[in-house]
Design a protein around this ligand. Structure first.
Ligand code: 4AD
Ligand code: MG
Length: 429
C-alpha cells in the first residue's frame, strides 16, 4: 500500500493509503473511535468503526497513548467538516512505539514548562503551524533576492569588532583571544557587495539583550541584503517588496497553518506596496500625540514603538533618524545632518522588523564616526579598506525573521517563532 503524506491527501480521494505518523489525540463515541493523526505535514482525523477496522487494530486503539508512533492504513474520504476537508476510514493500525506519560497533555501548561519541553512542544499544532510559516518565510525572502540577482555569501559568526554597539556583545574566548559573536553580518556583506554587486547573508546573529521583552531574543536570524551603487530609496524599495512578497506567499501557501492559529488575515490580505513613509520627526510627534512621551533625539522604546505601530494598519517605514540613535556606519544627509536610514515596522503593535539604510562611504567621515564612538580603529582597518579602494554609495538592510514571522502569525512573543529560542535565562533544551 502506498505511503503518502497528509499534505498530499487530496490526491488520494477514494483510495487506500498508508500514513506514518503519531497519535495527536483520540476519543470514542460508542462503537466508533476517532484518532487525530499527525505526520509532520498535517493533521487528519482517522475514523475507526468496529465493522471496518481489523480486530487487532481496533483493540489496539484503546491502549494507544498520546504521541504513540503509529502506521495507519485506510481509505481517504472527503469530509466537509474536517479542517483539511478529508478523513481516513481506518482499516488497520500498528504501533511502532507506545508509551504513556507524554509530558504535554491537551490541558494547558505554563510557558516555562512548555519552553523547558520545547523539544516536544514543537509537535503541538500551534507550534507546528508557526514553524511551517517560518520555513515558508525563510524560503520566500531568499527566493525573492535570488530572482533579483543577489548572491548568498554568508558572514562569519566569530568577529573581531562590534557592528551594532558594544553593549550587547557576547564575548567568546578564541584560543586565548577575546572575539565576539556576530551582531549582524552587514560589514561583511558590504565587502562582498563591492566584489559581487548584489549580495545577501543569512544566518544567526547574537545580542546580549539583558531584558526580557516579547521582541528580543539573544540569538535570532537576519537576512541582510547589500547593494553597491545604491541609495536609501533602493534599500527601502527592496525591503518593502521582500516583506510584501513574504506575506502574499504565506497567505497563498500556508492557509491551513494560519487557520490553525486563528489568525485574522484581514490586514495581511490588504497589504499593498509601497508602504507609507514618515520621517523620524513626524514619528516622534505622532508618538506624543498618541499619549507616550519621547523627545527629538530619543530612540523608540517598547511603549513608543507599540503605540505608533498600533496606529497603522499596514507596514510602514520611518526614515532619517538622528545620528545618535543609529550605528557608526550610517551615512549622514549632508543637508539636514540626519542619517540616510530607515526602519520598517509592522502594524498591530508589532513594531520594527527591518533596519537599514545607506552606508557612509567617505573614509574621513567614517573614521570620525568610529573615533567619536570610541570603537577600536585597529579592528576596523579591513572595513576602512572598502572606502580606500573603489568606494561607492551602497545600501542595505537587515530583516529579522522572527519579528516578521511573529507578526504574520499574530503571536504575542517571538520566542515561539524559532525552533529553539535563546533568551535571557534560557539555553535549555
Ligand atoms: O536594526 P538592527 O539592529 O540592524 C542591523 O543589525 C543592521 N546591521 C542590519 C543591516 O543593515 N544589514 O537589526 C536588524 C533587525 C531588526 O529590525 C529586527 O527585526 C531584528 O534584526 N532584531 C532582533 N530580532 C530578535 N531579537 C533581537 N534581539 C533583535 N535585534 C534586532
Ligand atoms: Mg534597528
Amino acid at each position: 500500500m502506498k505511503w503518502v503524506y497528509i499534505e498530499d491527501i487530496h490526491k488520494y480521494e477514494g483510495q487506500e493509503v498508508e500514513l506514518r505518523g503519531w497519535l495527536h489525540n483520540k476519543r470514542s463515541s460508542g462503537r466508533i473511535k476517532f484518532l487525530m493523526i499527525r505526520d509532520g505535514t498535517g493533521f487528519i482525523q482517522g475514523v475507526a468503526a468496529e465493522k471496518d477496522t481489523d480486530d487487532e487494530g481496533f483493540a489496539l486503539i484503546n491502549d494507544l497513548n498520546q504521541e504513540a508512533s503509529i502506521v495507519v492504513r485506510g481509505s481517504v474520504h472527503r469530509e466537509q467538516r474536517a479542517p483539511t476537508g478529508y478523513e481516513l476510514s481506518v482499516r488497520s493500525i500498528e504501533a511502532i512505539q507506545n508509551k504513556e506519560g507524554y509530558p504535554i497533555s491537551p490541558k494547558s501548561h505554563g510557558v516555562d514548562f512548555l519552553l523547558g519541553n520545547r523539544h516536544l512542544w514543537v509537535r503541538s499544532s500551534k507550534q507546528w503551524a508557526v514553524l511551517r510559516i517560518r520555513a515558508e518565510v525563510v524560503r520566500s525572502v531568499q527566493e525573492y533576492l535570488w530572482e533579483k540577482g543577489f548572491l548568498q555569501l554568508d558572514a562569519p559568526i566569530f568577529t573581531p569588532a562590534a557592528c551594532e554597539g558594544t553593549t550587547t556583545l557576547f564575548e567568546v574566548n578564541y584560543f586565548g583571544e577575546p572575539v565576539y559573536l556576530s551582531q549582524s553580518g552587514q560589514l561583511y556583506s558590504e565587502a562582498t557587495a563591492l566584489a559581487f554587486s548584489r549580495v545577501y547573508c543569512f544566518g544567526p546573529t547574537f545580542r546580549a539583550e539583558k531584558s526580557k521583552t516579547r521582541r528580543h531574543l539573544t540569538e535570532f536570524w537576519q537576512i541582510e541584503p547589500e547593494m553597491a551603487y545604491a541609495h536609501l530609496e533602493d534599500a527601502m524599495e527592496l525591503a518593502e517588496g521582500m516583506v510584501g512578497n513574504a506575506i502574499h506567499r504565506v497567505l497563498e501557501k500556508r492557509k491551513e497553518e494560519l487557520r490553525t492559529l486563528d489568525r485574522d488575515t484581514t490586514l495581511l490580505e490588504s497589504t499593498i506596496t509601497p508602504f507609507p513613509r514618515i520621517r523620524y520627526e513626524e514619528a516622534v510627534r505622532r508618538v506624543n500625540e498618541l499619549g507616550e512621551s519621547m523627545e527629538y533625539g530619543d530612540d523608540f522604546g517598547a511603549p513608543q514603538e507599540t503605540v505608533l505601530a498600533m496606529s497603522f494598519d499596514t507596514p510602514f517605514m520611518i526614515t532619517h533618524f538622528p545620528i545618535d540613535v543609529k550605528a557608526f556606519y550610517m551615512r549622514k544627509d549632508s543637508e539636514t545632518g540626519d542619517t540616510l536610514s530607515f526602519d520598517l515596522l509592522a502594524p498591530e503593535g508589532y513594531g520594527e522588523i527591518v533596519g537599514g539604510g545607506e552606508r557612509e562611504f567617505d573614509i574621513k567621515e567614517l573614521e570620525k564616526s568610529i573615533e567619536s564612538r570610541e570603537l577600536p580603529m585597529e579592528a576596523f582597518q579591513w572595513y576602512l579598506d572598502l572606502r580606500r579602494f573603489g568606494s561607492v554609495p551602497h545600501a542595505g538592510f537587515g530583516l529579522g525573521i522572527e519579528r516578521l514571522v511573529a507578526w504574520i502569525c499574530g503571536i504575542k512573543h517571538i520566542r515561539e517563532t524559532i525552533p529553539f529560542p535563546r533568551m535571557l535565562g534560557r539555553v535549555y533544551p
